[in-house]
Design a binder for this molecule. Structure first.
Ligand SMILES: [Zn+2]
Length: 187
């Protein structure tokens, strides 16, 4: 016997809802959601299904899971979204399609490891960095995580990440002819 459809899941409203809670199997997706600026918690793997669902409901988070059992639990409807596909790009585009998720909501404003909002780094935190750090774009800020102390700055790695976020946001419909975009020239 097959289970046919997911329970309906109302698209989250970033202004009204509390963000996302990823199950422990979705660590990579959680980090990318944070990179895009979405408030995203990651389950530690020690919580029971019941606890996770209760937490999602209490905090008004959408529980993202790869485990179909979640969708069958009482109270799951409207709070749980089943993520299919193991590749990050497929998962990202799936969220774009189903929730209208904005992958460029506030890029690089949260720590990818712990979800804390980044703040400008202090002089002490940037001391010892190469000269180019913080200088890009006429003085791009270095940001720091108040929770773990990591610092983040513009560079080639972040540029590549941003390109992926932009690609996911475009989410070309399947029916669109491939490679047929003239594209805007970014200046
Ligand atoms: Zn951090």
């Amino acid at each position: 016997m097959q289970h046919r459809a997911d329970p309906p899941c109302r698209p989250p409203d970033p202004d009204r809802d509390g963000g996302f809670l990823c199950d422990a199997m979705l660590g990579r997706l959680a980090r990318w959601l944070r990179a895009a600026g979405h408030d995203t918690l990651l389950a530690e793997g020690t919580e029971t299904d019941r606890d996770l669902l209760a937490r999602a409901r209490a905090e008004r988070r959408i529980l993202l899971t790869r485990d179909r059992r979640f969708t069958q639990r009482q109270g799951a409807a409207g709070h749980v979204l089943l993520i299919e596909g193991g590749k990050i790009a497929d998962q990202a585009r799936d969220l774009k399609r189903r929730l209208g998720l904005d992958w460029l909501r506030a890029p690089f404003s949260r720590c990818m490891m712990d979800n804390a909002r980044l703040r400008p780094a202090t002089a002490a935190e940037t001391a010892g960095r190469p000269d180019w750090v913080g200088a890009e774009g006429g003085g791009t800020r270095v940001l720091a995580c108040p929770a773990c102390g990591r610092s983040y700055w513009a560079g080639s790695h972040r540029r590549r990440m941003r390109q992926r976020l932009e690609a996911w946001n475009r989410d070309m419909p399947r029916s669109a002819p491939p490679q047929d975009q003239t594209g805007d020239v970014k200046g």
